[in-house]
Design a binder for this molecule. Structure first.
Ligand SMILES: *[C@@H]1O[C@H](CO)[C@@H](O)[C@H](O)[C@H]1NC(C)=O
Ligand SMILES: *[C@@H]1O[C@H](CO)[C@@H](O)[C@H](O)[C@H]1NC(C)=O
Ligand SMILES: *[C@@H]1O[C@H](CO)[C@@H](O)[C@H](O)[C@H]1NC(C)=O
Ligand SMILES: *[C@@H]1O[C@H](CO)[C@@H](O)[C@H](O)[C@H]1NC(C)=O
Ligand SMILES: *[C@@H]1O[C@H](CO)[C@@H](O)[C@H](O)[C@H]1NC(C)=O
Ligand SMILES: *[C@@H]1O[C@H](CO)[C@@H](O)[C@H](O)[C@H]1NC(C)=O
Ligand SMILES: *[C@@H]1O[C@H](CO)[C@@H](O)[C@H](O)[C@H]1NC(C)=O
Ligand SMILES: *[C@@H]1O[C@H](CO)[C@@H](O)[C@H](O)[C@H]1NC(C)=O
Ligand SMILES: *[C@@H]1O[C@H](CO)[C@@H](O)[C@H](O)[C@H]1NC(C)=O
Ligand SMILES: *[C@@H]1O[C@H](CO)[C@@H](O)[C@H](O)[C@H]1NC(C)=O
Ligand SMILES: *[C@@H]1O[C@H](CO)[C@@H](O)[C@H](O)[C@H]1NC(C)=O
Length: 838
């Protein structure tokens, strides 16, 4: 034991050896068994260890808890963070009162104590380190927990650890950063649950300045936290807000993973994940991320939206203008915005709300919450009180609950997967925001008016001429004739329109659709798409069709929508599902497709039973067919189309099991960088998203190539990319395949449904092509034309580079400060979430 003194921590292997030699193993401290510098307390399952350590370059000694089996053994809790010991003579023991006490024996110096006042005698408590990372002080008689380290967090939260207020004891658990990598002392940054409000949010403070907030709890999690940092298949987050406590915590849903959330000294919150045997920790995401994350960046009633480096990110909410235009022009938005026509302009008849889409809702500490109200009732409540400035939905999952703001709207920012904010505006502004339609209507009235007047004049002129020719005749009744003349003009133009529609445009009448689907009967429902239900129907001529409804989705005008549908309907290829046309009825838009009796590819390849139908030949044909379909979209069609959401469920199978890609061109119909699902959440399908899209929203044909690569590997393996594979050090399929490929065992991945019946060289070739497609750099990935060549010819293929999403970024805790403070530069597999657009 002597030689161990003064060392940081023993390496696990050394420690095991040590255990074997000396039989020294304990997870408890009792009055007779204190811990000295050099001793280590290890939890039963060997997950955490407690002992003395010196962080970074420091020589001071601290008592802390750190991971034991996880890579790098990061420290998660420090007892004497502000009161280090300057040598190795510290002892952690149970004192005469039953408290845990850290002291220096030689100098009789008290360093730190749990300070729980107990009447109990000296021998009646013990301390135990649990596998959760919690150090508890227990009363021997009753097993009552008198004190626990989870109640006094330092800079880290672990699963099952609560942040927030216990109202019965007044204990408020907050996170505080270290001072530096070398000094675990109480730093300047803290992460606090604001427990004063009926809608609690997490606040990040930097030197007492509110720096960032998490956004309100929206049923899924904290609304302002990037969705990537809380994949819902890894964690379950929860919040409790009642009379006894206001707290938040999370649990891990998978075994065998280690995860922690840390607030570091630079003021960044990061969530890390690792597994035993990994080389380091993944950063799952961090906050704040960009300028718009700065609390109150654009002042009261401002809205922050990052566009590009040249554009100022602040604008005012609808109905507002900068309070100080001169400051604003200098890009200082701190004084915020005011109502264009003063506060007095609202609260008159004609007030209304303008929807601001996809935002992190303003600071809800100042909002009123009604968990039960619907959106409609919420609007009504807000309208009734003049000081109500805006409202929104609390629970984005259930779309219920009413948040209303009475006062300033602070810290609104545009966020992918954000919610809708309804801002109160006066009647004039309401007119403006609908200006496009209003003007159009005015224009229409003007045109009709002009038509009437012109035809009236022409008619009168003709009439005048006739009258001049037929002298002596009596006056004609002009009024009636005028009406007839003008209405004739109308009918003619209408006929002309109908003519065009019937000739070229694939437009269906709503009555046709109603007849084909038995009035959208439930029996005809095929399923639920991301935009609305999908129905099966049969036209009068016997043609079977699938009708995809796009309720409340497209932000496009009807004309543009028609144009796009026309364009997409013209794309025809044997590997594309035929789009017959569309139907527009009031707000409802529908797309009419050819009906595919065998549904979609995912129902086969991911199913053990159905998978047997798909022998290798069939799978190879499907891979080739998909490649040809995508190539046509990219290259051969008149317009270059990027699919953007290529995945197994978007590949449909016809009666002979030939693949046909569906939903191509859908992105065009939505005029948005991302297709939006009806939940208003982010979208795309993470398992198939290329890194440049997932990180930067950049889209190119190479993003489709990436998705094609994922799809190919899925078809070969019969496993979903974004599903966790037991026994693999990676959390997705790509990483797993890459590992096997590097070990020369790539064929291990082949779906067992194939029962070893396949051409090994062909399968290997397809795996290699798949890996080439999922490379990190878009430029390294082949084009679809090259892929088709590779599939069809026995040429030598290039060696694939490392795929995207499997980088394991190493965080050297306590050593390299730059790496853990940086925003994550590469996504890793675990950030791939199971959120699906449809
Ligand atoms: C450690 O601190 C104590 C007083 O707190 C002092 O007496 C002692 O000399 C110091 N030891 C060293 C090695 O600095
Ligand atoms: C236990 O506490 C008593 C005083 O309450 C003290 O006299 C005694 O020495 C303590 N025993 C030990 C082993 O520390
Ligand atoms: C605890 O200490 C008391 C005296 O303080 C003693 O009578 C008792 O035997 C001790 N119990 C144990 C289990 O050591
Ligand atoms: C208190 O309980 C622990 C664990 O059960 C035991 O190791 C310890 O000896 C007990 N202490 C006393 C004084 O009985
Ligand atoms: C913390 O803030 C104080 C003043 O507010 C400053 O002097 C000090 O340098 C800061 N410390 C760190 C580690 O940023
Ligand atoms: C909550 O209220 C208490 C007492 O009124 C106050 O000290 C504290 O700063 C408030 N917390 C926040 C986050 O506003
Ligand atoms: C998450 O936690 C809540 C409440 O603690 C529970 O009802 C729910 O089933 C959990 N979800 C999962 C996926 O474990
Ligand atoms: C508050 O919630 C906690 C955890 O769900 C529960 O244990 C406690 O009894 C609740 N308190 C009240 C007053 O409902
Ligand atoms: C930045 O965005 C604005 C508006 O979105 C655009 O007018 C401007 O050209 C862009 N500048 C650059 C350098 O891309
Ligand atoms: C922005 O304007 C405010 C006054 O409204 C001023 O106090 C502040 O210093 C300005 N900020 C910068 C960066 O100029
Ligand atoms: C409107 O709301 C404000 C702020 O909550 C409140 O003070 C006021 O009494 C309300 N007015 C009416 C008419 O309800």
């Amino acid at each position: 034991m002597y030689f161990a003194k003064g060392f940081l921590f023993l390496l696990p292997q050394t420690f095991l050896l040590f255990l074997l030699q000396f039989g020294f193993s304990q997870d408890t401290i009792t009055i007779s068994k204190p811990i000295r510098d050099g001793d280590v307390l290890v939890s039963k399952g060997e997950t955490f260890a407690l002992g003395f350590f010196s962080p970074g370059a420091s020589t001071n000694r601290y008592v802390g808890i750190r991971y034991y089996r996880a890579p790098e053994q990061p420290v998660v809790w420090v007892a004497n963070r502000d009161n280090p010991i300057n040598d190795t003579s510290g002892v952690l023991s149970i004192d005469v009162h039953g408290n845990l006490l850290l002291h220096v024996e030689d100098r009789n110096q008290r360093i730190w104590s749990t300070n729980i006042v107990t009447q109990s005698s000296n021998n009646s408590t013990h301390a135990q380190l649990l596998d959760s990372g919690n150090l508890i002080l227990v009363l021997n008689k009753t097993s009552e927990v008198l004190w626990q380290s989870f109640d006094y967090p330092t800079d880290t939260t672990l699963p099952n650890m609560k942040l927030g207020l216990d109202r019965t004891t007044g204990l408020n658990r907050i996170l505080t950063s270290w001072k530096s990598k070398d000094d675990p002392g109480t730093g300047n940054c803290s992460y606090v649950l604001n427990t004063n409000s009926s809608s609690p949010e997490l606040y990040l403070y930097k030197s007492n300045i509110l720096w960032w907030r998490s956004g309100h709890w929206n049923g899924f999690g904290w609304s302002g936290v990037p969705p990537l940092s809380h994949p819902n298949y890894l964690f379950n987050f929860s919040i409790v807000n009642n009379q006894t406590e206001t707290t938040t915590s999370w649990v891990e849903l998978l075994p065998e993973i280690f995860s922690r959330l840390v607030v570091d000294e630079s003021g960044s919150i990061q969530r890390f994940l690792s597994r035993e045997g990994d080389q380091g920790w993944f950063s799952l995401g961090s906050a704040p991320l960009d300028r718009c994350d700065n609390y109150g960046k654009c002042g009261a009633f401002g809205k922050c939206q990052l566009q590009n480096d040249t554009e100022f990110e602040c604008t005012c909410l609808p109905g507002f203008q900068p309070k100080s235009p001169s400051e604003w022009s200098l890009r200082n938005a701190s004084s915020g915005c005011v109502r264009k026509r003063g506060q007095a302009s609202i609260c008159k008849s004609g007030d209304g709300f303008v929807k601001v889409e996809n935002v992190k809702l303003p600071d809800s500490s100042f909002a009123r919450v009604d968990e039960k109200l619907s959106l409609k009732e919420c609007e009504q409540q807000c309208l009734e009180n003049c000081s109500c400035a805006a409202y929104g939905v609390v629970d984005a999952k259930e779309e219920v609950g009413c948040l209303r703001w009475y006062g300033e709207l602070i810290d609104t920012r545009v966020l992918n997967g954000g919610q809708n904010l309804y801002v109160r505006v006066d009647a004039l502004e309401l007119g403006h925001s609908m200006g496009f339609f209003a003007n159009k209507r005015r224009l229409a009235i003007l045109v009709v008016g002009l038509l009437v007047i012109t035809s009236l004049l022409i008619f009168q002129f003709a009439h005048f001429l006739i009258k001049r020719k037929r002298k002596g005749r009596g006056r004609q009744p002009t009024l009636n004739s005028d009406v007839t003349a003008s209405s004739t003009t109308f009918q003619d133009s209408q006929k002309l329109d109908e003519g065009i529609e019937n000739l070229d445009l694939p437009f269906f009448d709503i009555s046709t659709i109603l007849a084909a689907t038995d009035n959208f009967s439930f029996a005809k429902r095929l399923g639920q798409g991301g935009f609305g239900p999908v129905y099966k129907g049969q036209l009068a001529n016997g043609q079977e069709i699938a009708i995809k409804t796009l309720s409340r989705s497209s932000r496009q005008g009807t004309e543009e929508f028609k144009n796009e549908v026309m364009l997409i309907a013209k794309l025809q290829h044997r590997n594309l599902v035929r789009l017959f046309g569309c139907c527009i009825h009031k707000e409802e838009k529908m797309l009419i497709y050819e009906y595919m009796p065998n549904k979609s590819l995912d129902l086969f390849i991911f199913d053990e039973i159905e998978g047997k139908i798909m022998d290798w030949r069939k799978r190879f044909e499907i891979i080739s067919g998909i490649a040809r379909g995508v190539l046509y979209l990219h290259q051969d069609s008149r317009e270059k189309i990027i699919h953007r959401d290529l995945k197994a469920s978007n590949v449909l199978l016809d009666a002979t099991m030939k693949p046909k890609i569906s939903d191509f061109g859908l992105a065009r119909l939505f005029r948005d960088d991302q297709i939006e699902a009806n939940t208003n959440r982010v979208v795309g399908t993470y398992g198939y998203m290329s890194p440049e899209y997932a990180m930067e929203g950049l889209y190119s044909i190479k993003s489709d190539v990436f998705s094609f690569g994922v799809l190919t590997l899925e078809i070969i393996s019969g496993k979903r990319n974004n599903h966790y594979l037991t026994g693999s050090p990676y959390l997705n399929l790509i990483g797993h395949v890459w590992d096997l490929w590097m070990e020369g065992k790539a064929l291990d991945i082949v779906d067992s449904s194939l029962a070893q019946v396949y051409s090994a060289s062909e399968v290997l070739r397809c795996i290699q092509i798949g890996l080439l497609c999922v490379q990190e750099q878009a430029a390294d990935r082949p084009t679809m034309a090259e892929i088709i060549f590779m599939l069809g010819n026995e040429t030598t293929l290039p060696q694939p580079g490392k795929p995207a999403f499997i980088n394991k970024r190493t965080i050297n805790y306590g050593q390299d400060s730059s790496s853990s403070t940086r925003a994550p530069t590469s996504l890793n597999d675990v950030t791939i979430s199971v959120i699906e657009a449809r």
